[in-house]
Structure formats: structure tokens, C-alpha cells
Ligand binder design. Structure first.
Ligand code: SIN
Length: 301
């Protein structure tokens, strides 16, 4: 029997990818994640963009290191648009008026409020069409800490027993923005560090399949997360809480995860369809300023 905290994953295919540009790729962990050098987002051609997509299919989260320190918001947003149509977050007020598509996650050194992203989640799963890719630019980093941890939800699905998968397959779960941060009601403006709430107050919620199929690779993944998944359709509240509680722990099993360590001039991209992530709030006393772009996704199927 697999022990949830001592889970061992099967061998992963980490053979070098056939890329068209001269890049250096360092896998972060067996489950997922890679650090990549040699891709300048401000100078990306079609071949480079193809490589970014291949890297994302393989590693699910890639940190593009060594970006030009002079990178502008304009070029950054252009890079985001080259990955797909950008979404504007319904709940968050953008910090740069001329770039409503850029979300600011800025935590000041003396801020002790709730750490934005400090729970396991996939971005915006309460939306009818949750985020596809997310792009995060670390503009000001603390001297230590502030890592972003990920979990591979394809492995999380694959490693459940066939009997458990059969029970979940075809079922839906309700995802609700009521869960934005530790189940605090979204109307409690001011509880969060790092963001200013925008005008949206209404709770957005939608049902999504528990087994999600990736639209580009066809791979299945477990599609629930601790922050937003609140009720399995057709189950009683107690049954749902028990099953979801197990799945949340399962998905956080260390062997499924990787820890991305930020370096100056890095841009992190991840795929929300097959991963969950967690922003570690362990850098009290230091400022951390991140700028996020959300590439629109599709209705999960
Ligand atoms: C997020 O959850 O989108 C933020 C991740 C981070 O700040 O590391």
C-alpha cells in the first residue's frame, strides 16, 4: 500500500528535449519543474516560443533565468500575449493603470497580513474558464525564502488506486471564490498582503470535472485544490469533506512536488491545468514584488 507521506513516484522521462534554441535545462525534481537559461523573453522568436511550450508540456513549471534587467512592463506583457490571450483578474485591482492585465503581488517588509497565494491552489478555478498558464516576474526578491512550491496533478491522478479513480471519474466538484484565502469571505477587504481588491464582490463559483484532460497533451490530472474546491457533486457534506481532505493531503505528498527557488531576473511560467502551487510566506521583514500575467484557459473537460 502507498503511504501518503512516503509516496514514491515511478521513473519520469527526463531525457533531454529536442529544442531548437541553445538553452540549458536543469530539472528541479523528479515530479516536475525546470530551471532554464538561454531564453530571453524580450527577444523570443517562433522557435523560442515553441521551445517554451515543449518545456511546459514536459516540466509543467519552468523558471526562465537570466532575463534582461531592463525588461519593461510593456515587453513583459507582450511576452504574455505571445502565449495566449491575457485575462484580467475579477477580484484584484491592477497596480499599473496602463497595464490592467498585470497583477501586482507586492508584500512589504512590515506586512503581517495573509500571504497571497499561501495555500495550495490552481489559479482562478472558481471561474468558468480557469487560468491556463500563469506567468510571474520576480522584480524584487527577499534575500531568502519566498519560494513557490508546485505539485504535479497528473502524477497525483495516476498514482491513485484504480478503484479510487473509478469512484471519482465523471464526478464534478464545486469551486468557489468564497475560499479565497483560508475561507475568508472575499468582502473582508484589507485582510490580504500583496493585493488590493477590485470592485468584484459577488462570489464566483463553477462546477468542474475532478479528472481533467489536458487540451494539448490529452493527459489526465486530478483537478481539485484546497483553496477553492468546496463540494463534490452528489455527495453529502461529510462525505465530500472526507474525500476532499484526503485528496488535498494526497496532492501535497512531497514526492509529487518541486520547490522553485527564485533568483533575480527570473520569470516563472506554470500550467494551471495540471499543477497546483503554494507561495511560501517565510520572508517576514523583507519586501517581495512580483508581477503576474494570466493566460486565459478553457472550460475544464
Ligand atoms: C500565486 O499564487 O499566484 C503567487 C505565487 C507566488 O507569489 O510565488
Amino acid at each position: 500500500m502507498q503511504n501518503i507521506w512516503a509516496l514514491q513516484t515511478p521513473a519520469q522521462n527526463l531525457a533531454p528535449l529536442d529544442l531548437s534554441t541553445d538553452v540549458s535545462v536543469t530539472p528541479v525534481a523528479g515530479a516536475m519543474g525546470a530551471y532554464v537559461s538561454g531564453i530571453d523573453v524580450a527577444e523570443l522568436d517562433a522557435a523560442g516560443l515553441g521551445d517554451v511550450r515543449s518545456l511546459l508540456h514536459r516540466y509543467k513549471a519552468v523558471m526562465l533565468r537570466g532575463q534582461n534587467p531592463e525588461l519593461t512592463y510593456e515587453r513583459y506583457a507582450d511576452f504574455g500575449r505571445s502565449l495566449g490571450e491575457l485575462a484580467v483578474d475579477p477580484y484584484v485591482e491592477p497596480p499599473i493603470p496602463e497595464h490592467p492585465e498585470i497583477m501586482g503581488l507586492v508584500r512589504e517588509a512590515d506586512d503581517t497580513r495573509y500571504n497571497f497565494g499561501g495555500d495550495w491552489h490552481s489559479d482562478g478555478t472558481y471561474l468558468e474558464q480557469p487560468g491556463g498558464l500563469t506567468v510571474l516576474w520576480g522584480r524584487e526578491l527577499p534575500p531568502y525564502g519566498g519560494d513557490t512550491i508546485f505539485s504535479n496533478m497528473e502524477l497525483a491522478w495516476e498514482m491513485l488506486s484504480p478503484a479510487f479513480r473509478e469512484m471519482l471519474d465523471g464526478r464534478r466538484c464545486l469551486h468557489s471564490a468564497t475560499g479565497l484565502g483560508d475561507k475568508k469571505p472575499i468582502t473582508r477587504k484589507g485582510d490580504y498582503a500583496a493585493i488590493n481588491f477590485g470592485a468584484q464582490r459577488e462570489v464566483i463559483e463553477h462546477y468542474h470535472p475532478i479528472r481533467r484532460t489536458h487540451p494539448e497533451t490529452g493527459a489526465s490530472s486530478l483537478f481539485v485544490n484546497q483553496a477553492y474546491s468546496v463540494q463534490i457533486e452528489g455527495c453529502t457534506e461529510d462525505e465530500s469533506a472526507g474525500i476532499l481532505g484526503f485528496l488535498f493531503d494526497w496532492a501535497a505528498s512531497p514526492a509529487l512536488t518541486c520547490r522553485m527557488v527564485w533568483e533575480p531576473n527570473s520569470i516563472l511560467i506554470w500550467d494551471n491545468r495540471n499543477t497546483i502551487h503554494y507561495a511560501v510566506g517565510d520572508y517576514g521583514g523583507f519586501r517581495r514584488a512580483m508581477y503576474r500575467l494570466a493566460v486565459k484557459g478553457e472550460a475544464p473537460a
